[in-house]
Design a protein around this ligand. Structure first.
Ligand SMILES: [Cu+2]
Length: 64
């Protein structure tokens, strides 16, 4: 399943990396593309959208 999220408080590449890591902890098989310019995170994963959102929130970001 592909999940697309906007994360407005992903300000820079370090944020993008933190978010990517948070998703990979949830699902090590996930493919994550986080772009701090567009604030867009695209995730290909077997995990549910709500669990992905929770992981990103736990990392300190607020997906829209
Ligand atoms: Cu940052």
């Amino acid at each position: 399943m592909t999940i697309q999220l906007q994360v407005p408080d992903m300000a820079c590449d370090a944020c993008a990396k933190t978010i990517t890591q948070a998703v990979l902890v949830l699902d090590s098989q996930a493919s994550v593309k986080a772009d701090s310019q567009t604030k867009q995170v695209t995730i290909e994963t077997q995990a549910s959208e709500s669990s992905v959102r929770k992981a990103i929130t736990a990392a300190g970001y607020n997906p829209v």
